[in-house]
Design a protein around this ligand. Structure first.
Ligand code: ATR
Length: 283
């Protein structure tokens, strides 16, 4: 744990990072807990990542977050990782232990914490989940659901081969399914998660009818720009439990702050309001 007199600094490394809300989140916590520290943006292009990391410790960073396009490169660079990062082959949180670069992937835990907060009891009965997408975010979420003991996890993706590869890599109960099976799968689902970029500001719409979902189902969208996506609106219109993407954004930040600044921070209502105020409410 850092001493009271330390001024520690961390950053978000990625490209682009101009619109990242991470500085706002960590600056709120630094202020809330009266910690002397800073959290900055490090705009680093893909080719510049190795050079930046060569000087990371010398620049005085206690660690940082990693976002696109560096999560896999960061994983390869770590001398030690958590088991989650090893399964996901991607790192979004870096810190040092005895001078060694260590990495974790907090997306999985962040996703589960958001579900627990916004849809408590969602896994009282073993979940049957439909996950849309098969990219990096789908990987973290399918793994998280697998860890929590979901009974079935169906991956539905535009490119079926990617869903097949992900299911084969992570193993049962994850399986790939076709678009055409969606109405049937939704009718058996207790959870629907969108991990694609569909519905995000500037991206195409997600066309999906929620009618087949049982009334106790929860619906989660990891898209948080806009705050309330059409999927979340449609879930609310059906009185289903809705979990917007802002929860995962906030919760995935918790472990990094604790590693760098020595306090496990809370995702308070005030923090949520501050970040919400910074994001467009609707497209
Ligand atoms: P991330 O790491 O954020 O998950 P990614 O690896 O690029 O990003 O994955 C993006 C996901 O959104 C993929 O599942 C992608 O589908 P493909 O595997 O077929 O590319 C999905 N996606 C993006 N744009 C899409 C679109 N217009 N229609 C359907 N799916 C789309």
């Amino acid at each position: 744990m850092p001493s009271q007199n330390d001024t520690r600094k961390a950053c978000i490394i990625g490209f682009p990072v101009r619109h990242s809300r991470s500085p706002l989140i960590h600056e709120y916590w630094l202020d809330l807990y009266g910690i002397k520290g800073s959290y900055e943006r490090a705009e680093v292009r893909a080719g510049d990542f190795p050079g930046f990391m060569d000087h990371f410790a010398a620049l005085g960073f206690a660690g940082g977050n990693v976002t696109l396009p560096h999560k896999q490169a960061a994983f390869k660079r770590c001398l030690q990782t958590t088991e989650t990062a090893a399964r996901l082959k991607a790192v979004n949180t870096l810190w040092f232990e005895s001078g060694k670069l260590c990495g974790d992937n907090t997306d999985a835990a962040g996703f589960l914490a958001a579900l627990d907060q916004d849809a408590p009891g969602w896994d009282d009965v073993r979940a049957q989940a439909v996950v849309l997408g098969a990219g990096g975010a789908a990987r973290a979420i399918a793994y998280a659901l697998q860890l929590r003991g979901a009974a079935r996890i169906w991956l539905v993706n535009r490119t079926r081969a990617r869903a097949d590869a992900l299911a084969a890599d992570l193993g049962p109960p994850i399986e790939a399914a076709d678009d055409s099976a969606l109405p049937r799968l939704l009718s058996q689902a207790s959870l629907l998660v969108n991990t694609t970029s569909l519905g995000m500001l500037g991206q195409p719409r997600l066309h999906l009818g929620l009618d087949p979902l049982p009334e106790k189902a929860a619906v989660c969208d990891i898209v948080y720009v806009p705050l309330e996506t059409e999927l979340i609106k449609a879930a609310k219109a059906r009185a289903l439990r809705a979990v917007p993407g802002i929860g995962m954004l906030l919760h995935q930040a918790v472990p990094g702050f604790e590693r760098w600044f020595g306090v496990r921070p809370s995702v308070t209502k005030e923090l949520r309001s501050i970040i919400q105020a910074d994001i467009p409410a609707a497209v």
